[in-house]
Design a protein around this ligand. Structure first.
Ligand code: PNS
Length: 162
């Protein structure tokens, strides 16, 4: 589909950084498929359904919410993209340390599917240190999550780590 993009990730859970990227993407594209990777090598704290619900709740009051479609996927991202007939993958890059992994992933995807390109977006600079991994660590030790994730995500995290 023209003027659409896929924003893939583990989203375990959604952070304010993801939300920032999603908002930027929604301004650029008519349709953004948020694809929640399940069954990849990472062990997730939240189930696929839980991760989708947390994203749904985070965007429910946004004026751009109708541009967003959230789905779970397993397997290769390029297969999913081809099925959707979308040839742009969006990834957020926060800092140089993200770049090596992202570069490898983008070039692997390009080798597998030359018609698909990866577009990198930068989040607001205030959010560049936030990652789902760090957020889970803060949650595990009972820290204040209010500046890292939306309220309902913080609540879900506190429940997981209670
Ligand atoms: O949020 P993450 O964990 O950094 O997202 C990584 C993700 C899900 C985008 C990546 O692991 C992925 O695309 N997995 C699907 C399998 C695949 O297509 N691998 C080939 C690209 S290296």
């Amino acid at each position: 589909m023209k003027n659409s993009a896929i924003y893939p990730g583990s989203f375990d859970p959604l952070t304010n950084g993801h939300l920032d990227i999603l908002e930027r993407a929604a301004k650029m594209f008519e349709k953004v498929y948020v694809t929640v990777a399940v069954n990849n090598k990472k062990t997730a704290v939240f189930s696929g359904d839980e991760r989708v619900s947390l994203i749904e709740e985070a965007i429910q009051d946004k004026e751009w919410k109708n541009k967003i479609e959230i789905e779970q996927f397993t397997g290769l991202l390029i297969d999913y993209a081809r099925k959707k007939k979308v040839n742009i993958l969006l990834r957020g890059v926060r800092q140089i340390s993200d770049f090596e992994y992202e570069f490898r992933m983008a070039l692997t995807n390009r080798r597998l599917a030359p018609e698909i390109d990866t577009l990198f977006l930068m989040p607001d600079e205030q959010l560049t240190f936030i990652s789902a991994t760090i957020v889970k660590e803060v949650a595990a030790w009972g820290g204040d999550l209010s500046s890292f994730v939306p309220k309902h995500v913080a609540k879900a995290l506190r429940k997981k780590y209670a």
